[in-house]
Every structure is written in structure tokens, then in C-alpha cells.
Design a protein around this ligand. Structure first.
Ligand code: FES
Ligand code: FE2
Length: 354
């Protein structure tokens, strides 16, 4: 049902304050997160091995976590180090520990076999604390399966309709153009030109319309690394539809992550911005307000879609050419499920650096 051998975004680093215990659920596994006194993140199963009280309701004692039901105390590696009134601590007195890594404000947790947790396989997103960038971050909870959110991100044709008043305003090309889709080891690369799109706000200084190169890597479980580059009209023609090599007028970064919580709940993390040389705080704020309005539009339609799916789960959907990205990605997810988080031999043969 779930791919365990994968990195999942558990939250933003700033959510986990020193001295606080954060309760999270990822792929139906309850987790208790806290920081050691040196700041390092600890993630333990949020279920005391004694009588299953949540450790997130416990108390931090230096680097250890004490269950506040009957007082068992656990070290950061998950071993029980104290049982009140009992000298002998059995070896089975432990809770599971999960590898966790922070990368520029993103908090990642490995949900599978600890021996397979390779930090090098964490996708590269823009660091929220990178002084060269001005990024804003947010999150949204969904009452929907994570793959419905992935489907949405893998098919941006919906911008012309679901976001007709926000991100897709006066942009019917989103629905009319089919992107190029390339396989990656644990996802897909999706790219396209949108020609002669209306320029907005501060971009109007470059003309009423601009060509737009939209390219993203979409990686399991729902890591969306989008780059949108704006060019003078005519650039797409000159590039003959291929990726541009010249410098854009403006490059926008959108890094996002979908994290499955349960089969009907998910959390969507998003960050948006650009290089400080290209944008100021105020403009990022305005850009971010549009993004947030658009994400609420997604949430409304996806949650409503989930309800209808659940009313008649056996009903088949009608495939169209719009679905190429979601269909290919779901095949990859199936392969990961069947191979315990490892991409199959076919995906490996076509792998590109992600
Ligand atoms: S349930 Fe945790 S100490 Fe009893
Ligand atoms: Fe959307």
C-alpha cells in the first residue's frame, strides 16, 4: 500500500522549535519529532512500547524523551533507558527510530529500511535560507489521497480552468499544448514552451507578451521542482521548441512536496520565489498570494473529486491525452510498490540525473 524506502518531507525546519515535540503521521506511521540539545532532529515512532501512549505527549529530558503515561524514558536511538520502579530493561523495550535530515529548511524523513537511507538521494530544492534567494514557504492540508495531488501537478493543463482567475488567467495554452515528458529514475521531467503569454506586474517592462519555458522534475512521492523562465517573444521559435540555452529575463522557482499522511489525508508543502537580484521581498509576497489562492482552488476541486471517487470507487475514469504524465507516474509508483522502493530495470535504463 505504501512505498517505505523513500524520503518524505515531514515539515519545515522552523516548525520544529527547540524543546518542542511535534506529532506527525507519514504513510500511516505516527512519528514524534524533537531536537536534541545540539539541534539535531530526532524522529521516533510516536507510540510508547509499553501501552501505546503517544510519545509526542511526553516530556523532553535533555536528549531523551519520557513517556508521560507511566514514565518509560527513551534515548534518541529509540532504546528504553529507564523503567520507573524496575531495574531490568528488556531488549525489546524500544521504539523505532527514523533517519532524518534537514536541508535548507526542508525536513526529510526516511520511512524505510535504515540501511538504505542515502542522503544523496534527497532531491535538490532551493534552500529557504540561501541568502541569494528570496523564497516564501507554506503548507496546506488535504482530505485526499496524495496521488490525486500528484496527478494535478503532473498535468498543468488544469491551470486554464481550475485557475482561470489566478495562475492561468488568459492562458488557454496550458490546456492546448502537450508537454514533453521524459523518464527519470524516480519520476518524470515535464517541459514545454508557452508562446506569447500575457506578462504580468513587473514583467510588463519587457513587453505585453513573453515566451515562457516551463520545466519541472517530478519525483516520488510528489516532489515538484519547477523552473519557469521568461523570454522575449520569438525565443521559443528560435529554440525550435527545445530547451533554451540563453539567460532568461526572469527565472522563477517553485519547489513543492506532497506527503501522504493516510489514504485520505495528505500535506502539501510549497515554496516560491526567485533570486534576490531579480526580485524584491514585496514582489515575492504578491506572487506568493496568487500561488496560495491557486492552491486553495486545487484543494477545493481535488477534495470534491476524492468524495465522488469514494462514492463509487469501482467506476473507471475516461483517459485522454492530458493524462500522459499522471499515467506514467502511477506506473512508476506501482513499480516502486512492487520493488520495495527501488525503481524497476526499465526505469533505470532510461534514468537521467534528477
Ligand atoms: S504507555 Fe508509555 S510508559 Fe506506559
Ligand atoms: Fe493547480
Amino acid at each position: 500500500m505504501w512505498v517505505r524506502n523513500a524520503w518524505y518531507v515531514a515539515g519545515w525546519s522552523h516548525e520544529l522549535e527547540a524543546g518542542r515535540i511535534l506529532a506527525r503521521v507519514i504513510i500511516e506511521q505516527p512519528l514524534a519529532l524533537y531536537r536534541k540539545t545540539d539541534g539535531q532532529v530526532v524522529v521516533l515512532a510516536d507510540r510508547c512500547c509499553h501501552r501505546f501512549a503517544p510519545l509526542s505527549m511526553g516530556r523532553l529530558e535533555h536528549d531523551d524523551l519520557r513517556c508521560m503515561y507511566h514514565g518509560l524514558k527513551f534515548a534518541p536511538d529509540g532504546r528504553c533507558v529507564e523503567i520507573p520502579g524496575q531495574k531490568l530493561i528488556p531488549q525489546s523495550a524500544l521504539v523505532r527510530r527514523y533517519p532524518a535530515i534537514e536541508r535548507g529548511g526542508w525536513m526529510w524523513i526516511w520511512m524505510g529500511d535504515e540501511a538504505l537511507a542515502d542522503p544523496a538521494s534527497i532531491p535538490e530544492s532551493i534552500r529557504l535560507d540561501d541568502p541569494a534567494y528570496c523564497m516564501k514557504s507554506g503548507q496546506l492540508d488535504y482530505a485526499a489521497h496524495y496521488l490525486l495531488i500528484d496527478d494535478n501537478l503532473l498535468d498543468l493543463s488544469h491551470l486554464s480552468f481550475a485557475h482561470e482567475k489566478t495562475l492561468g488567467l488568459d492562458m488557454p495554452q496550458w490546456a492546448d499544448e502537450r508537454p514533453r515528458i521524459l523518464p527519470l529514475e524516480r519520476g518524470l521531467r515535464v517541459e514545454r514552451w508557452l508562446r506569447g503569454q500575457p506578462s504580468r506586474g513587473f514583467m510588463k517592462r519587457w513587453g505585453e507578451t513573453l515566451d515562457l519555458w516551463n520545466s519541472y522534475d517530478f519525483l516520488f512521492p510528489g516532489i515538484f521542482l519547477l523552473r519557469t523562465a521568461f523570454y522575449p517573444v520569438g525565443t521559443a521559435e528560435r529554440c525550435k521548441g527545445a530547451a533554451p540555452s540563453e539567460q532568461p529575463l526572469f527565472l522563477r522557482h517553485d519547489d513543492q512536496a506532497v506527503t501522504p499522511i493516510t489514504s485520505r489525508t495528505s500535506r502539501y508543502f510549497y515554496a516560491a520565489g526567485a533570486r534576490r537580484d531579480d526580485i524584491d521581498e514585496d514582489r515575492v509576497g504578491r506572487l506568493f498570494a496568487v500561488v496560495q489562492a491557486a492552491f486553495n482552488e486545487d484543494k477545493m476541486i481535488i477534495e470534491a473529486q476524492q468524495k465522488l471517487i469514494d462514492m463509487d470507487p469501482g467506476r473507471r475514469m475516461l483517459p485522454t491525452t492530458l493524462d500522459a504524465g499522471p499515467t506514467q507516474f502511477r506506473k512508476l509508483v506501482q513499480t516502486l510498490l512492487e520493488h520495495d522502493g527501488q525503481p524497476g530495470p526499465v526505469a533505470n535504463a532510461t534514468a537521467r540525473a534528477g
